[in-house]
Design a protein around this ligand. Sequence first.
Ligand SMILES: Nc1ncnc2c1ncn2[C@@H]1O[C@H](COP(=O)(O)OP(=O)(O)OP(=O)(O)O)[C@@H](O)[C@H]1O
Ligand SMILES: [Mg+2]
Length: 309
Amino acid sequence: MIYTVTLNPALDKTARVDRFTLDEVNRISDVREDPGGKGINVSKVISKLGGQSRAVALLGGSVGEKIAGMLEAQGIDVWAFEAAGETRTNLKVVDPELDTHTDINEPGPQASIAQLDAMREALAEKLVEGDIVVLSGSLPKGAPVATYAAWARSCSAAGAKVFLDADGDALTRGLDASPYLVKPNDAELSRLCGRELSGEADVVAEARALVSRGVGRVVVSMGGAGAVVVDGNHALRARSPKVEVGSTVGAGDSVVAALAFAEERGMSLEDATRLAMATGAANVMQSGTQAAERSLVDSLMDKVTIEAL
Ligand SMILES: Nc1ncnc2c1ncn2[C@@H]1O[C@H](COP(=O)(O)OP(=O)(O)OP(=O)(O)O)[C@@H](O)[C@H]1O
Ligand SMILES: [Mg+2]
């Protein structure tokens, strides 16, 4: 089973406003709501690829209930834990005329250490050997920076493969727990190293350094340029197909979803990488936060190139 964890989920409200103007009354011409938060996005993409996952999430109030209902309607199994307040709503104002995208994000409710510990223990108790746990996204207020490190240790001890997609201190501390896979983008890897990385060779060297520190597999995504993938035996350079870009929001989540889906099916590193790049590219072709159809992903598979380094 694949479990995704979302500690700070959101209802993403995308509002179309033509000629969005500050200091004026703006009228919404179209609005859509989608369940969001990085772990939840990963679950949505896994579902489109034809897989199953359980979305473990801290959800609160009527917005929390709405998110759970929407996910269940999409066939995604939800394991909800009661948040201490109403789940946040994130407003995305899209202006097609001026071609602007403005995000107005709420902070979300505070989480207590006791609540996070209880959630972590409940999950670890359910895990069996070979399960996959995806830890991704920002931490809620009140969560210690070592939250993902603690979760990674508990889940690994229970036999699960931990996939970590985080930034800043949450990533730095999470690495100490030797996750099975990490997926920084190039900017996150630079921040982790404390210096600007100069080109592909530098990225590969730093990814190798993480593997020698105990991370099983390092996937460094590089936007339209593709990714570098390193494990104990291989280093690959993958190039994504050139596509028409709708929105790059959630591209990384799509890659993580495909990697988890591929791992569960026992795919080789090369096949998993190819699927991840096709899934990433298919998802950037979408205009909003909706996940791409599997047929589109399949049509891009042959256009991914992979070279051994
Ligand atoms: N412009 C693009 N053209 C084609 N593929 C793309 C493009 N941008 C992203 N991708 C695909 O998506 C993958 C992940 O993108 P990126 O490195 O931007 O992730 P990220 O920064 O983690 O994104 P997120 O905002 O979801 O955290 C890339 O490796 C690539 O396969
Ligand atoms: Mg990312």
